[in-house]
Ligand binder design. Structure first.
Ligand code: GP9
Ligand code: MN
Length: 608
């Protein structure tokens, strides 16, 4: 006959096993030492014991209902983490839960991520629930057992947290490195930490003062941009930004089955400034993070989207700067719901005059696929609006068709699918090809309407499309071997600035999305705007400035730092001990400074 003690111990072992299996296989942690393995094995035990203790603490009675609930919640949490990780290679944070609608919900994206084998994760639940229900004597729990159980849990909890800190002394000050966190303290302690971090976060704004703002201004002021020979060549021109959904740089000049994936963009870069080594710096806010960087030249937040989390902050964003320095009218055009990424609220704060969203478009079943309105009808209808706008205008058009899981109607398929082992990648090339055609037609339309000559176009990929889970397919396509260095190189997104009449030039120096704003402002002749900004003109960017990612990794001219390992960029070999240290300090300073600006709402103290 099962008694409560045995059942609790059984549940502990099963939950521990599941956590370790998910951690080692599902999370694909980068294991660097035996200490990593030891921590992964040990760290769930303490927290699981403490969580399970809850069902023992009710006046000596074993509480079946709580016991069953705990088992369901822990398994659900683990599976939620696993699904999220499969696509984002990241861990769920509290802010993400408040923007779940934007993470795809239970649509085709989530189904694509599920696997038959996942069922085994739930198999034990049936046994545990059945045993709990069948158990007769619910009073037989022994006091001594409860004492021992709770004491053992507390000791294990403290010891493993101590070991984790000993291994990674910056663990809590670089909490944005979530892989390091989960690997070191386990998924359950991580969630506990994350919840308390989110709970205390509003305090930062209350405690912030003007002195903090001065420190931020002094820090960012040190980044002055030099003048370039093309400074001001686009002065007074309309600005059209095209945010290209999930477009990675590898598609440029790449053929599949002998056909170009982006024939129009390949042509366009010959007559444009093409920045070929720009890295995706977005975090959990995806498209909205890239929009935020382009408009503010600040880093996004490490967890959640700034659009959702800080809509009432004071910003000195691109629409406002362009209005004050050139009388620009500004608008965003996007065929999706206005509340996606909280756009309808944040755009006002950023200073946009108008947001054309789904309600402004004719959207029906025929002209939609996956997330909504297809790019060709989206651009067609957008041009109608743009041609009516007061000039000069600054507009951002956000494409949508090339979104995971990359679905396309047959009549829109302009090239055949690739033939890699990953269907997602095979379909991706066809949706990128479709987007390329949509952009070609947009340019034609601008020419037809006589708007082209007087417009500067900025095209950028918003973030990766192929997550690490499907990366094998891209490596096959490009004939590359899997390696951390190749993974980082695949995070490049194309940035193309087209000023009609100017000769094309390729800039292969490194940079990030945060650098787009200063580059554009320099071409418009609006240089060194006096407002905290972390970006630099991509044409003259400092060679010793690393491109910083939100999880604390970075790329410099010589090194790539990822998963807490420093690599030589050229050879892909591990670098000498300490080779990345000076840049790592810069990374910590810069990310913390940007976070302080956002969490303290520091720009409100400036006379903007
Ligand atoms: C939705 C679009 C896609 O409106 O911006 O969002 P994403 O999932 O890429 O952030
Ligand atoms: Mn996107």
């Amino acid at each position: 006959m099962v008694n409560p003690q045995k059942l609790v111990l059984f549940a502990l072992i099963v939950l521990w096993l599941k956590t370790v299996i998910v951690s080692l296989i599902g999370f694909n942690f980068h294991i660097q030492s035996a200490a990593d393995i030891l921590l992964i094995l040990l760290n769930p035990i303490g927290s699981l014991v403490l969580i399970l203790s809850v069902c023992l603490l009710f006046r000596k009675r074993f509480n079946k209902a709580i016991f069953i609930a705990i088992n369901i919640i822990i398994t659900g949490l683990l599976y939620g983490d696993l699904l999220y990780y499969r696509f984002y290679t990241d861990f769920v944070t509290v802010p993400i839960l408040f923007q779940f609608k934007n993470v795809g919900g239970l649509g085709p994206s989530t189904l694509e991520l599920m696997s038959f084998w996942d069922l085994f994760l739930f198999a034990d639940l049936a046994v545990i629930i059945l045993l709990a229900i069948k158990m007769k004597n619910t009073d037989s729990i022994q006091r001594l057992f409860i004492k021992k159980f709770v004491l053992a849990g507390t000791i294990l909890f403290v010891v493993t947290a101590g070991l984790a800190l000993l291994k990674s002394p910056y663990l809590f000050s670089t909490a944005y490195d979530r892989e390091q966190m989960v690997k070191s303290i386990g998924p359950y302690n991580y969630h506990l930490f994350d919840i308390s971090y989110a709970a205390f976060s509003p305090l930062k704004k209350v405690l912030a003062t003007e002195t903090d703002t001065i420190a931020a201004v002094n820090y960012t002021d040190a980044k002055e941009d030099e003048e370039t020979s093309v400074q001001g060549i686009a002065e007074g021109k309309n600005v059209v930004l095209i945010s290209m959904e999930s477009t990675q740089n590898f598609v440029i000049n790449q053929k599949v089955n002998g056909e170009e994936i982006t024939p129009f963009l390949n042509e366009l870069i010959n007559e444009s400034y093409y920045f070929s080594s720009i890295y995706d710096q977005t975090a959990q806010g995806k498209t909205s993070d890239s929009e935020f960087m382009v408009d503010t030249s600040l880093y996004p937040l490490s967890s959640g989207s700034v659009f959702v989390r800080k809509p009432s902050n004071v910003f000195n964003a691109l629409p406002k700067i362009l209005k004050e320095n050139g009388g620009y009218y500004s608008a965003v055009l996007h065929g999706n719901d206005a509340d996606f990424w909280n756009r309808e609220n944040i755009y006002n704060e950023l200073g946009y005059d108008r947001f054309f969203s789904k309600v402004d478009y004719e959207v029906n079943e025929e002209n939609s696929v996956n997330y909504g309105l297809k790019d060709i009808p989206f651009f067609e209808q957008s041009v109608e609006y743009i041609s009516e706008l007061p000039q000069p205008f600054y507009t951002r058009l956000i494409t949508l068709t090339n979104h995971f899981p990359f679905l396309l109607d047959e009549e829109d398929q302009l090239i055949s699918e690739a033939a890699t082992s990953q269907d997602v990648v095979n379909r991706y090339v066809t949706t990128v090809r479709y987007q390329d055609e949509a952009i070609r037609r947009l340019f034609d339309k601008f020419k037809e309407l006589g708007l082209y000559e007087n417009t500067v176009f900025v095209l950028y990929g918003d973030h990766y499309g192929i997550s690490e889970k499907y990366e094998d397919g891209v490596l096959e396509l490009l004939d590359l071997k899997p390696s951390p260095v190749h993974h980082v190189e695949l995070q490049k997104v194309p940035v193309i600035i087209h000023v009609p009449g100017q000769e094309g030039k390729v800039f292969s120096n490194i940079g990030g999305e945060i650098d787009i704003r200063p580059t554009l402002l320099s071409l418009l002749g609006i240089a060194n705007v006096d407002t905290p900004s972390f970006g630099q003109n991509l044409m003259t960017r400092d060679h010793d400035q690393p491109v910083i990612f939100r999880d604390g990794s970075f790329v410099s001219d010589q090194h790539i730092y990822i998963n807490n390992v420093c690599y030589e960029k050229n050879s892909g070999e591990e670098a000498e001990e300490g080779a990345c240290n000076s840049n790592l300090e810069k990374v910590r300073d810069e990310l913390n400074m940007s976070d302080e600006i956002l969490n303290g709402d520091l720009l409100r103290f400036l006379d903007l």
